[in-house]
Ligand binder design. Structure first.
Ligand SMILES: Nc1ncnc2c1ncn2[C@@H]1O[C@H](COP(=O)(O)OP(=O)(O)OP(=O)(O)O)[C@@H](O)[C@H]1O
Ligand SMILES: [Mg+2]
Length: 470
């Protein structure tokens, strides 16, 4: 795959979750815990009270039956149902299934019917009393039921008397019922809505942090003047962000000093080099003079490229600036035609009949493409052509018939001073190893892509793709 100017150095993704996700997960955990803990607490309270519910009124009621029964010597009651007071709801059940019932309150009797005879009650030992409570789902009432083994006309039977719980008592059981029956189906969707609302409000509360992150991501060696925004930041973060901004100020001053030094040094070196070249021109032609001239030419190239690097470090592109790629391509072909002829090579342009207007700075794009054409002319063999092709989609391709660039070397191509095999073969030949780094930097400042590929049929193919002007 071709290396791209924009995505070569993608930062590794942080592994820890965002602050927003952490807060949301923790709050959700607290809500879920509170939700189930409240249910569990209700359940436990009801369980504890179940064993000790005071049942005095029912017992009193039940005991009042004593007036109407006869207690036998073995402790078993003999009952004459006809004698039982009319206000008491009761059911008398015999083991054979027959029964007598009387409704002091018809609703209570039907509650007894729904309950039936609890397990094991049929075998209640003589004289024993069983008490139970239950929540009747039909009436939503809680009931106490007292069952006692009695003897009626010499036969064993069970007398069941029922009482509805007082509202205070039944409230407890109703609470359990309510929690299970109403709060769970309503509470869970409510919980989901709550979590969604929580996430949204957290997101909006943490938006200043997101702005901070976006701005910080844009700060780099080429964007040292940017600072982190302070507006809307929580007070806790104001001081740390101020401290980071002042650290960035100091770094910026250091960068500026470095850039100025590089630019000044390159600039200052140009004058003595020009004088040196002029002196060499006056000397009689010899092998040593020619070698010196080529060294001075190489040095001049290095100094010019360094000056360009220094200028590009602080370069920003005006987003409104536009330029015509076709015009640049034609200019470059005209510029390099004499050199190409001298070297017995050719430079051709295609696709430049119509203007192709892209967003970017003309001089910078010219410099980037110039470096690509210089390389291509250097590497394409004698008798072959360097092709500059303009694409209406906003790109220019520079292709040659040279050795191409091995895939394993492509990732280093945009490094400063890297010259690969070429340098190893001939350390005196050619350039400074800065041309592609310059082209890459220009692509970066233009949000453009610089890609390298094999030229079909042999050679290297460099493509610079820029955003089209709207
Ligand atoms: N068209 C090409 N064909 C083959 N190799 C190339 C081509 N273009 C660049 N290279 C390789 O990439 C290296 C870096 O190129 P770059 O333009 O950055 O530096 P340079 O040409 O050596 O020096 P200068 O700074 O003067 O341009 C070259 O030295 C060469 O090895
Ligand atoms: Mg070069």
């Amino acid at each position: 795959m071709a290396p791209q100017a924009q995505s070569r150095h993608a930062a590794p993704r942080p592994r820890s979750a965002s602050l927003q996700a952490r807060l949301a997960v923790r709050l959700l955990a607290v809500f879920v815990f509170a939700f189930f803990a409240s249910g569990l607490a209700t359940f436990l309270i009801s369980q504890a009270d179940d064993t000790e519910i005071p049942d005095e009124s029912l017992l009193r009621n039940f005991e009042s039956l004593r007036d109407y029964v006869r207690e036998e010597s073995d402790g078993v009651w003999s009952v004459d149902p006809a004698q039982l007071p009319a206000i008491v709801s009761f059911v008398l059940r015999w083991p054979d299934g027959s029964e007598i019932r009387r409704a002091g309150d018809a609703a209570m009797l039907s509650a007894i019917d729904r309950r039936g005879v609890p397990d094991g009650l049929a075998n209640l030992p003589p004289g024993a009393t069983n008490m139970s409570w239950w929540l009747d789902p039909a009436s939503k009432n809680s009931y106490y039921l007292i069952s006692r083994a009695v003897r009626i006309e010499g036969r064993r039977a069970i007398l069941q008397v029922i009482q509805v719980l007082t509202p205070t008592d039944s409230g407890l059981y109703a609470l359990v019922d309510e929690w299970l029956g109403e709060f769970v189906p309503v509470g869970i969707p409510l919980l989901i809505v709550l979590v969604a609302a929580l996430t949204l409000s957290l997101r909006s509360a943490l938006r200043p942090l997101e702005n901070l992150r976006r701005r910080a991501a844009r700060i780099g060696p080429h964007q040292t003047s940017l600072r982190l925004p302070l507006n809307d930041l929580p007070t806790e973060l104001q001081q740390p962000v101020l401290a980071i901004n002042s650290a960035l100020d100091r770094l910026d001053r250091g960068f500026q000093a470095q850039r100025a030094f590089l630019a000044d040094a390159a600039h200052e070196l140009r004058t003595p080099l020009t004088i040196l070249a002029a002196h060499l021109d006056t000397l009689p032609r010899q092998v040593a003079t020619d070698t010196l001239k080529s060294d001075v030419a190489r040095m001049t190239r290095l100094v010019n490229q360094l000056l360009l690097v220094a200028q590009l470090q602080s370069m920003t592109v005006d987003p409104k600036e536009t330029t015509d790629l076709s015009e640049i391509a034609v200019d470059l072909a005209a510029l390099f035609a004499p050199l190409a002829i001298r070297l017995h090579r050719d430079v051709g342009v295609s696709g430049a009949e119509q203007p192709v207007i892209v967003r970017g700075n003309k001089d910078a794009i010219h410099q980037a493409l110039r470096n690509l054409v210089e390389n291509a002319l250097r590497f394409t063999p004698e008798g072959t052509e360097v092709e500059i092709a303009v694409d209406p989609a906003g790109s220019v391709t520079v292709a040659d018939r040279g050795p191409g660039i091995p895939p394993q070397e492509r990732h280093r191509l945009f490094e400063r001073f890297w010259q690969g095999e070429y340098k190893k073969r001939d350390s005196r030949a050619g350039g400074a190893g800065l041309g592609l780094a310059i082209a890459h930097r220009i692509a970066e400042t233009h949000q453009a892509r610089l890609e390298i590929d094999d030229n079909p049929g042999g050679g290297a193919k460099f493509t610079l793709s820029l955003p089209l002007a709207a």
